[in-house]
Design a protein around this ligand. Structure first.
Ligand code: PGA
Length: 251
């Protein structure tokens, strides 16, 4: 399984800047052994696609999706709409959406299943808060998030699930999770997936996210159980993200 790096711009870059980012990133030398995607705001998907043309690197990802295909759901975007831009991945249940928009495990699971049905790989985000970790509840929290999130998903087919383990205290904080703790959490996630999905769990990539940067990416990529990374802040500059992709797999 190739390792996967996903740039998560979050709420940055409208169409003009998105197009410029893609054009600049396309000039970077990128390791062929990596899958690379970029999660852009909905309004920038068209510009990103037009700057990419038919190229598939980086693959396009959305940052959210709704669970119905169409109807009276003001403001929402369906999997089918995302497919029109050739979107291959879609982040669901990012902790910022859980925190600021009240997304629940139930909503995350419906979104993940809908994306998958349409052939878009959902990137399901899970992770514990600082308090939960301090109380020794990190694994319990993540176990229950994963169990809920995959309850309506299948892992076969053309759009396998992706999981991103993102401890909340590590996001945007400069305090990344230690490789030892990361390994432990990824092992727990893998075992829950095996229990819930059986053999299909082997197609699921488990990414780490939270303050990944050029300096620490190689360490994560060589940590047992880590199949890639979800990168926020360090992906905003296309040259820096290119550097990060090269640093991920040092020759
Ligand atoms: P960060 O964000 O890399 O800026 O910590 C990661 C994320 O929230 O996906």
């Amino acid at each position: 399984m190739k390792k996967l790096l996903i740039a998560n711009w979050k709420m940055h870059y409208g169409p003009i800047k998105a197009g410029a980012w893609i054009r600049a990133f396309r000039r970077e030398r990128l390791p062929k052994e990596l899958d690379i995607a970029v999660a852009v705001p909905f309004v920038s998907l068209a510009a990103a696609r037009s700057s990419l043309g038919r190229a598939s690197i980086p693959a396009l990802a959305a940052q959210d999706v709704f669970w119905n295909e169409e109807g009276a759901f003001t403001g929402e975007i369906s999997p089918g709409m995302l497919l029109e831009f050739g979107t291959e991945y879609c982040i669901v249940g990012h902790s910022e959406r859980r925190q600021y928009l009240g997304e629940t495990d139930e909503m995350v699971s419906k979104k993940a299943a809908a994306a998958q049905r349409s052939g878009i790989s959902p990137v399901i985000c899970v992770g514990e808060t600082k308090i939960q970790r301090a109380r020794g509840e990190a694994s319990k929290t993540v176990r229950s998030q994963i169990t809920a999130a995959v309850s309506q998903s299948k892992s076969e087919g053309k759009a396998p699930l992706v999981i991103a383990y993102e401890p909340l205290w590590a996001i945007g904080s400069g305090k990344s999770c230690s490789p030892q703790d990361t390994k432990e959490m990824h092992t727990i996630i893998r075992s829950v997936l095996e229990k819930k999905l059986g053999k299909a769990a082997s197609a699921v990539r488990i990414l780490y996210g939270g303050s990944v940067d050029v300096r620490n990416v190689a360490e994560y990529m060589t940590t047992t159980g880590v199949d890639g990374a979800l990168i926020g802040g360090a992906s905003l500059d296309p040259r820096n993200f290119g550097l990060l992709c090269r640093a991920a797999l040092p020759a």
